[in-house]
Design a protein around this ligand. Structure first.
Ligand code: GDD
Ligand code: MG
Length: 334
């Protein structure tokens, strides 16, 4: 089976990390999100993946120079301008010549879902489109469905105002689609699958949803990106594990690394303390610095304290500074 993975978004909520690295190329447990995602598709029988790319295609092409990832053949469809989710799916599916039932995945979602199970559910119901669903406490930042007893989606509402969601079951970002869905999307136009196409398929009674309790996380927000890293370190993923300190990191023997990941090429100095944090490839944590609940690509000076910070590749916390909940450099305003 073939799949389209949507990787063309701007990753705005993860700035400044995404100013230098596109969101799906950020590591979770030292492996790019996209590689963990494709490995899960491969386990479910997907043989070919097309990346629907817009923003910054080069890092993907450079990261997988052989056109292969986790044993799966990769293809690239680069949009001339961002086409939003439905426009991107049509563009990529046409570029790949898809003419049979196919899989679509949001490129920032990590899950242990068995996609083959979603395909069986889709076929059993004769669906035009089937969504993977996950129950969450607050559905307001997701697509939310109202379902009937057979799993048919009666309503699909993207990011409903708090208190107005039809249920707590949300779109988990993995879809099985019939090629007929592509005909519903105007060619070359900017169209949202969540706001336009799914409500239209639901209105013609062809949209279904299958809820599971598999591990699932959307890594698109800083706290959740951090959580995804701590989860793989804690062994919460069915097929994935991670060590805390990468073999190519340089960590002084006196430093404390507590529920934290230190990436390749990163340096952690004498008596530094790093807790519940991700120190990304190439970052520098100075002597006696304390880093908690943070993501760091840049430099933390000697004796500095950084709590709940997101420090991009050119971000610096100066020696002796004490900062909380800062993003450096400042994200670019939208
Ligand atoms: N190629 C391309 N072109 N990809 C795009 C574009 C585009 O113009 N716009 C967004 N994407 C990609 C993003 O890179 C991401 O992988 C995916 O589409 C979804 O975009 P997000 O920006 O991450 O959306 P979201 O997290 O707010 O909401 C989506 O995911 C939720 C689950 O995590 C929606 O699908 C919700 O309905 C869903 O609940
Ligand atoms: Mg997302």
């Amino acid at each position: 089976m073939r799949a389209v993975v949507l990787v063309g978004g701007f990753g705005t909520r993860l700035q400044p990390l995404t100013l230098s690295t596109p969101k799906p190329m950020l590591p979770v447990g030292h492996v790019p999100i996209i590689e963990r995602l494709v490995a899960n598709l491969a386990r479910s029988g997907v043989s070919d993946v097309t990346f629907a790319l817009g923003f910054k295609p080069e890092p993907f092409i450079e990261a997988f120079p052989t056109g292969e990832c986790a044993g799966v053949a990769l293809h690239y469809a680069v949009e001339p301008s961002p086409l939003d989710t439905a426009g991107a799916i049509r563009f990529a599916a046409e570029a790949a010549g898809i003419d049979d039932t196919f899989v679509v995945v949001n490129g920032d979602v990590l899950t242990d879902l068995d996609v083959a199970q979603l395909v069986r559910f889709h076929r059993d119901r004769g669906a035009e489109a089937t969504l993977h669903l996950i129950p969450v406490a607050d559905p307001s930042s997701f697509g939310v469905v109202g379902l009937d007893a057979d799993g048919r989606v009666e309503r699909f509402v993207e990011k409903p105002a708090p208190g107005t969601a039809p249920s707590n079951l949300v779109n988990a970002g993995t879809y099985i689609l019939e090629p007929s869905v592509l005909q519903r999307i105007p060619s070359g136009e900017k169209v949202s699958i969540e706001r336009v196409t799914f409500p239209a398929i639901a209105a013609s009674r062809g949209l279904f949803g299958m809820a599971t309790d598999d591990y699932w996380i959307d890594t698109g927000q800083p706290e959740l990106y951090l959580q995804a890293n701590l989860d793989v370190l804690a062994g919460l993923r069915r097929n994935d594990r991670s060590v805390a300190v990468h073999a190519d990191a340089s960590v002084d023997g006196t430093a404390v690394i507590d529920h934290a990941l230190i990436g390749p090429g990163a340096i952690v100095g004498k008596d530094a303390v790093v807790r519940r944090s991700v120190v990304l490839p190439g970052a520098v944590i100075g002597d006696r610095a304390t880093v908690t609940d943070s993501m760091v690509m840049g430099r933390i000076g000697n004796d500095a304290v950084a709590a709940a910070c997101v420090i991009g590749a050119s971000g610096v916390v100066a020696a002796g500074e004490d900062v909380q909940a800062e993003r450096r450099p400042q994200p670019i305003a939208k």
